[in-house]
Design a protein around this ligand. Structure first.
Ligand code: HEC
Ligand code: HEC
Length: 458
């Protein structure tokens, strides 16, 4: 599998990981390299767990995995834990995951990379979303071990008792964490005491690829938020971080933004049938480009907001934020008190979702904002989309272009333990519909085949 990554892909990866080895004092302040170093090495939140907790997590697993872990040497047991929670081993130190900053005292702290750094075919690709992260399972099992070890619970351990973190591995309720946290801040990010809300519309999302950032003018599925390093800091809104911390860390987030902006879509590592792709480009121009733009030299991205009735994908994300909440975010310190948001005011009450750029789309499965569709072939064949599906750990489907999956007509059992249940994507659950976006229905089989080939080249 890994061998099918061409030399080009490896160069991009090697360049990115080289940043890890450069000492932070050598990276110019504000540079992309500094941003990457900061992402990998700086903890902005209280620690989630320590090494001692991590090394005992296997004791909470179901059989036969638990017994296998018990008999395995420590290094193998750690590898099993990294895989179970959908983390990606750091190529420079495989005992540590890319998603957590591990400090000299062995404390593990979640970073932006938890959701924003994944792998494709088992190889980390800079900026690809982490489509395997099992945040809720990890948090549950960490909590169980901490209680046994008589250790204090951290913010996630407690928060997850009130707020679902992610009901399917690979997707998270990240947007609603943001809403819940922003509720306790004023426009200057000062702490405001208010009772929590219990009427939030929780739903899970698939994080977008970071290499789209440079192309976009607005952020998020509904495109209401202006770009900017401050907007990227919402993830730090835990109570322990007072307003002064945000000002103090601003400079580092300029560097993080630079890193995100510097990323490029990875090229398809396999072979492409050029003639077929050329035919596919014609189909794309006629059927898809009005929303998704054009690619290659002279390409243009329209960043179109498409009404929900026209797009027909799951609408929970759209309805989960109120215009007041969107405006409050834009009018806060995060949006320079409204200055950055002026061109986006209409989007504070959006009608639908933005058609995302499709650069590197072969690498960003699963598809749609909720991650409900496992391959590009399924995007092009709406009637064939699986009701319930389960992916393999790192398998890639070259023919359908996307995740290697097993499809089911329904959940295989209603008695699964929650950790097991989260391995299945059930499109009948709220916020998880795989319906809509049936624009390819006008195409015949040959046109779809050509289009699929062309999509590999973006
Ligand atoms: C728990 C998972 C999670 C973590 C941690 C996280 N994000 Fe995200 N991020 C998301 C999701 C989900 C979205 C999509 C939200 C939407 O479209 O409504 C997103 C959106 C974004 C976007 C917008 C991309 C676009 O094209 O619209 C950027 C940029 C971003 N995050 C940066 C960061 C940074 C920087 C951090 C760390 C400070 C971070 N994220 C931490 C899940 C996460
Ligand atoms: C009328 C506008 C429109 C047209 C036409 C259109 N799309 Fe889309 N497309 C969207 C929107 C909006 C989304 C985001 C939907 C969501 O996430 O819920 C999207 C999402 C996608 C995605 C998922 C991207 C991701 O990273 O999750 C793919 C792939 C895609 N479109 C391919 C196509 C192809 C191929 C065509 C032509 C057959 C096409 N689209 C035609 C608006 C359009």
């Amino acid at each position: 599998m890994k061998k099918s990554f061409g030399p080009h892909g490896f160069v991009a990866i090697a360049v990115a990981w080289a940043g890890v080895t450069i000492g932070s004092e050598l990276d110019p302040a504000g540079s992309a390299a500094r941003g990457w170093t900061v992402l990998r090495t700086k903890s902005y939140l209280p620690a989630d767990l320590d090494q001692e907790v991590f090394d005992e997590l296997w004791t909470t697993w179901e059989e036969p995995l638990r017994s296998r872990a018990e008999q395995a040497p420590l290094a193998e047991r750690r590898r099993m834990a990294i895989e179970r929670y959908g983390l990606v081993p750091d190529p420079t130190d495989p005992a540590r995951p890319l998603q957590y900053v591990v400090d000299a005292e062995g404390r593990w702290t979640m970073s932006c990379l938890a959701c924003h750094q994944g792998q494709v075919r088992g190889v980390p690709v800079p900026g690809v979303p982490n489509s395997t992260y099992a945040l809720e399972t990890l948090t549950e099992e960490v909590r169980a071990v901490k209680i046994r070890q008589r250790k204090p619970l951290a913010h996630m351990d407690v928060g997850s008792m009130f707020l679902p973190l992610g009901t399917t591995n690979g997707t998270t309720n990240a947007v609603m964490f943001g809403v819940a946290l922003m509720r306790h801040r004023d426009a200057d990010l000062g702490i405001v005491r208010k009772p929590p809300r219990f009427d939030l519309s929780h739903h899970d999302m698939d994080a977008p690829a970071w290499w789209h950032y440079a192309k976009r003018k607005s952020l998020y599925a509904d495109g209401f938020a202006p770009k900017g390093h401050r907007m990227l800091m919402q993830f730090l809104l835990v109570e322990q971080n007072g307003p002064e911390k945000f000002r103090e860390w601003e400079e580092e987030f300029r560097a993080i933004e630079r890193w995100i902006e510097s990323l490029e879509a990875p090229p398809w590592p396999g072979r492409v049938d050029r003639d077929l792709a050329v035919a596919g480009e014609r189909v794309f121009t006629a059927t898809c480009a009005e929303c998704h733009g054009t690619y290659g030299v002279g390409g243009a991205y329209p960043e179109r907001l498409v009404p929900i009735a026209e797009i027909g994908t799951d609408r929970t994300r759209l309805d989960s934020l109120t215009a007041t909440e969107r405006r409050a975010l834009n009018d806060s310190w995060f949006g320079h008190y409204g200055r950055d948001a002026e061109p986006l005011r209409e989007r504070e009450q959006p009608e639908g979702y933005v058609a995302p750029p499709l650069d590197g789309v072969w690498a960003t499965a699963p598809y749609f904002h909720n991650g409900s569709v496992p391959t590009l072939w399924h995007v092009l064949h709406p009637a064939e989309r699986p009701v319930v599906w389960q992916r393999t750990a790192t398998g890639y489907d070259d023919a359908r272009v996307g995740l290697e999956i097993e499809a089911f007509p329904e959940m295989p059992s209603d008695k699964l333990r929650s950790a097991e249940r989260r391995r299945y994507f059930d499109t009948r659950k709220p916020g998880k519909s795989a319906a809509g976006h049936d624009f390819a229905d006008v195409l015949d089989a040959d046109e779809k085949r050509a289009l699929l080939e062309y999509l590999k080249t973006l």
